[in-house]
Design a protein around this ligand. Structure first.
Ligand SMILES: [Zn+2]
Length: 287
């Protein structure tokens, strides 16, 4: 069922595990993630970037597809449909389209303007029963053309944004979107610890989950991270499985060119990646 992310993340924070946010790009992605969540009895968050929303012809198409698929597949685990790194305008478009959760990425605004816009959006989201994620300190790497360095958020700014009444808070702790460079210094647990000390029960969000070593993920969860975003890893798994299929010449055998056959190995690869992450994050059986 489609729900806000609030309850699932409160439970995750209290239970010391994390819920995965897996970004979707099309029908295959959505189906693979929903089926895996149901099979593992895990809550799940479907992330949609503004670029992916545009690719799928608009947020309304996405929301309608997800709702219909939850119904058709008989998905009973909690599913949140969440705008990832939303602009101010994008947040309103998703509220209108029927999403259950939004992230307002005001990290590039001066702090006063970030606070004003976040406060306004919290009010609207609350009225609609939606969850809202805010970001403090820009998160490194590239996300839909938005580039930032791996920064560490100021814990006092985190506290200020958390106190506005956001549902969950993303903070830069040296994490980066996309593949991590060889000279990456790792997560700053000192920063994470300081943020958790000040924000208490607030579920914290770790962006750029691809390529962070397992022991760092586990430590981050122990320090209050309750939502972990995974995007690139599913893309790499999908591309790798699809390339193998083509390179083996399977598209040239019989009806191997049928898109339902051509996309099947990539679909299975996404399922396997999502399963691996849900097991690592500890959300299996927590629906
Ligand atoms: Zn992100």
């Amino acid at each position: 069922m489609l729900v806000s992310a609030e309850d699932m993340l409160k439970k995750a924070k209290a239970g010391h595990y994390a819920v995965g946010q897996f970004n979707i790009n099309n029908l295959e992605w959505t189906k693979a993630i929903l089926l895996t969540a149901q099979e593992l009895n895990s809550p799940v968050i479907l992330g949609v970037s503004e670029g992916a929303g545009k690719y799928m012809t608009g947020f309304k198409t996405v929301a309608d597809m997800v709702k219909a698929m939850i119904d058709s597949l008989g998905i009973t685990v909690p599913v949140a449909l969440h705008l990832d790194h939303g602009t101010y305008e994008g947040c309103y478009a998703c509220i209108e389209a029927g999403f259950s959760s939004i992230m307002f990425d005001g990290s590039h605004y001066p702090i006063d303007e970030n606070v004003a816009k976040t406060t306004e959006l919290i009010k609207v989201a609350k009225e609609k029963g939606m969850s809202l994620e805010a970001e403090v300190g820009s998160i490194g790497g590239e996300e839909d053309g938005v580039i930032g360095k791996g920064e560490c958020a100021d814990p006092n700014e985190c506290k200020m944004i958390a106190d506005l009444g956001v549902t969950m808070l993303a903070a830069g702790i040296g994490n980066i979107h996309g593949k991590y460079p060889a000279d990456w210094e790792g997560l700053s647990f000192e920063t994470l610890d300081a943020i958790q000390q000040l924000t208490g029960d607030m579920p914290l969000v770790l962006h750029g989950g691809t390529g962070i070593p397992e022991d760092m993920i586990k430590k981050a969860i122990s320090l209050g991270v309750s939502k972990i975003n995974v995007n690139t890893e599913c893309q790499l798994a999908f591309a790798d499985a699809t390339r193998k299929y083509i390179e083996a010449g399977k598209d040239l055998e019989g009806k191997g060119f049928d898109p339902r056959k051509l996309l099947a190995p990539g679909f299975e690869a996404i399922k396997a990646t999502v399963k691996e992450k849900m097991e690592l994050f500890g959300s299996v059986g927590k629906a």
